[in-house]
Structure formats: C-alpha cells, structure tokens
Design a protein around this ligand. Structure first.
Ligand code: ZN
Length: 177
C-alpha cells in the first residue's frame, strides 16, 4: 500500500493513450490498491492509472456519497469500484452538466456537458467481464476517467477562452504556493 505522486498538467505523460491490460496478476492488484490509497488521500472520487504514470487502461472510482443515516451529513458511504479495459456503448442523446475537477488539474473546476447515461463493459481485477448501465454522477465520473485513457483532460471539453482561464488560475495558484 502506497500513496503515489499524481501527475499534473501540462505533464506530457497525461497525453499518452493507455494500453489495454492483458495480465491480471498481483502486480495489477497492487497498482489498484495503491491507486485507491492515492485517490482517498488526495482526496478525489476517481483516478486513472496514467495519473500516477502507468499507461494502462485501469480506473478506480468511489463517489463517497453522503450516508443518509448520518444527520450531520459528515459520514460517507465508501463504494470502491474498479474498471479495467472499460468500453462504452448506448450513450443517450440526453446530456447532463456537472461541475468537474481533476487531481491532475488541482483545485480548478468547470461545468462539463456529457451524455447523461452510458452502458459500460469492463473487466475486474481478475479479468472477469461485467456490464452495467451508468447514470447520474457515476456516468459523468466514468466518462471523465475514461478520457484520461485517451490522453484527454476535462479542460479539453471547455471553450478555448474558458480553458485558458482555468490554466491561468492554475498557474497563479502554483505561483502563490
Ligand atoms: Zn481527472
């Protein structure tokens, strides 16, 4: 178990296209455990392997939604999900807008429009295939993470003006830090 350094834009490694996983071994499962440690520590709700410098088609997601039983709204329910070699189909015409952020574009947020629902085929850490219809925040999150496998960042979905604004704010925040 380890917390790995997260690559940040404009690191060119984030622009690589990740390769399919072919071997489902202990090394893969160690990478996944480390990715969860890194994501929870950041903290974030999703992480692609390339964000820790590994160009393989591996995503981890945990939306950590508030526990409805907790009146103060402080507790979250952990639901760690692993997606290897994810493939999308049957996306809806309908779109939804979420304010997105990314551990590789730290502390910057912007509205991104994506298909509201999508069917995902993937393999788990043992190579077993799965299929599920994703909706809501999960649909958005998995599309954001899947973009990383193609070398795409959420800021690429913004207008040039908005993207430049985000990058300027990021540069300013880095200077101040
Ligand atoms: Zn991201």
């Amino acid at each position: 178990m380890a917390i790995l350094p997260i690559l940040e834009t404009p690191d060119p490694r984030l622009r690589q296209i990740s390769k399919p996983v072919e071997t489902f071994d202990d090394a893969l499962r160690t990478l996944i455990a480390d990715m969860f440690d890194t994501m929870y520590d950041a903290p974030g709700i999703g992480l692609a392997a390339i964000q820790v410098g590994v160009p393989q088609r591996v995503l981890v997601i945990d939306l950590q939604e508030p526990d409805p039983e907790d009146a103060e709204g402080k507790k979250v329910i952990r639901n760690p999900r692993i997606f290897i070699n994810p493939v999308f189909s049957e996306q809806t015409e309908e779109h939804s807008v979420y304010q997105e952020g990314c551990l590789s574009v730290p502390e910057q947020y912007a509205d991104v429009t994506r298909p509201a629902e999508i069917t995902v085929d993937w393999q788990d850490e043992y190579g077993k295939p799965h299929r599920e219809r994703m909706t809501g925040l999960m649909a958005t999150c998995i599309q954001h993470e899947h973009d990383h496998l193609e070398g795409i960042l959420f800021i690429d979905h913004l207008s040039r003006l908005k993207r430049d604004m985000v990058l300027k704010k990021l540069a300013k925040a880095r200077k101040a830090a």
